[in-house]
Design a protein around this ligand. Sequence first.
Ligand code: SAM
Length: 192
Amino acid sequence: MRFYEPVVAARKAKLFEGLHGRVLEIGPGTGVNIPHFPSGVEWVGVEPNPYMRPFQERAAAKAGLRAEFVVGSAESVSLADASVDFVVGTLVLCSVEDVSAVLREVRRVLKPGGEYRFIEHVSAPEGSWHARWQKTVKPVWKFLACGCHCDRTTWADLEAAGFDQVHYERFELPFPVVRPHIIGRATCGSGL
Ligand SMILES: C[S@@+](CC[C@H](N)C(=O)[O-])C[C@H]1O[C@@H](n2cnc3c(N)ncnc32)[C@H](O)[C@@H]1O
């Protein structure tokens, strides 16, 4: 991630503009996104790996954010319906067991008018040499990268998840396997 963060920093700064209120971050890992969040945000992180917590605590303390650390999975979030203003996730839907269940939870916890803001690496276009390359290395990649799927068609899951609107752009980063990415927002008009 040492190489990854500098190349996405400008995109993240823009993506996280205007976050306010209670913000749920799914799969925050070491808390790399925390420095991008505006002060005043009330941050809740849901992360299955308990060893990430000290890193998240340090990042939140440094950023001066009020923070709540939840050990759990994004498929089943222990927050009430319509209880957060934003959900944030970066490079998480590649790793979860059940993308549709996570997106259902995202919609459930978002307040009406709330937004899910995301960056995900995704599958290369079907039929391209890069898509074939992703399929070839997928098993090894999954083993080495802690369960990460390098070739998910995450945009299709987002479009099928029942959000009122989904806006995303594709972009590429100079990495051999996880090159194609999407960045965007999904909005919840009236909740579930
Ligand atoms: C590639 S890391 C990304 C971490 C961070 N979001 C970033 O952008 O660097 C994937 C993260 O998702 C977490 N994760 C895996 N399965 C998850 C799940 N079912 N629910 C929530 N987080 C999950 C992992 O523990 C890990 O912290």
